[in-house]
Write a new protein. Sequence first.
Length: 387
Amino acid sequence: MALTHLLVEPFSYLAAGELWTVRAVLAGSALAAGALLLGRRTGAAALPVALAGAAAAWVLVVTGDPAPRIDVWVILQQAADGLRRGESMYAMEWVGSPGITDAFAYLPWTAVLTAPGRWLAGDVRWALAVLVAVAALCTAALGRWRAPAVAAAALLALAPGGSTLVEQAWTEPTVLVGLAAWALLVARGGTGAWWSVVPLAVALAAKQHVVVLLPLLAAWPRFGPRRTAGAVGGAGLLVAPWALSAPRDFLHDTVRTMLELPPLRFADTLYTAVLNETGVRLPFAVVGVLVVAVLTGAVVALRRRPVGLAGLLTWCAAVLMVVNLLNKQAFYNQFWLVGALLLLSVAAAAGARPELTGPPAPTRPARPRRPAGPPAGPPARPSPSAG
């Protein structure tokens, strides 16, 4: 990972010298965290070192690029200002946006989760950085702070391209933090499994594509359809204030805008590969059938061969990967979320408890066997006496 930071230049608007500083900080932090993980008693310190290095990089990119030229950052900044004034982000237009100017294409909790960064520190990207850090802590806790889980959490914090993710204000951390908290509560079991519907509802209320994971969660016996329905209902309550106050604006921004966005020829997907090579634009119906087929296959596999939490998270990552590849607009940030789910899977496997078999069932003492031989007949009658 350290070599990746040094050899592969991430996308950034920082000056060359500033960007090299960021890359050096991330590479050095990765080396230090890796060295700590090799020691028996120092492994737990790897995550604080990784988070400190990541935090330094985040500070450098946010302060070094105070106004990134991307519509996402402009939209989130102004949506946070609108929330503070009591305005709906779905009725706003974005001033100075280099891309979308008349739609908030996300669900409302993307704005709710990022707005505190703007309110408290002037920039939504500070909130996104905090969400990544919280997700990393949930990852380590999911694996009970064992070495593989700490390594996975450190990798999440220092992932190549993570500095670009924060600099560009990409919104996947709003989804990941909900899914990571959900996994942690499910792993704890008991009442935690029911409380896990709350962070899952938040993830569902942040971005639309989380809905493709619902069939997998409903098919998984340890979560099931009732809890899945509870999460959907909770998400509905979280979204309702915006959806009901201006339903036409809400549907325009979150549904029509997403469907009408043109494919981008530089997106990292199979959809755009087909478009670039053949000039054929796959119809929406074809893409939909392929996604449904993949989901159906995953659900059938889960029903036939039950898996633990680690296996479920792997299935979720695989399904999201396919959805990304079939998308007309998918970039590093969407694939970052897939990788993060795989790291959660590693942590879940590390923290899995052995199944409790319980005490052996009590057994009755064996009855004594009769000695072998012919069965005993009725007692012989005495012969009559001779007279």
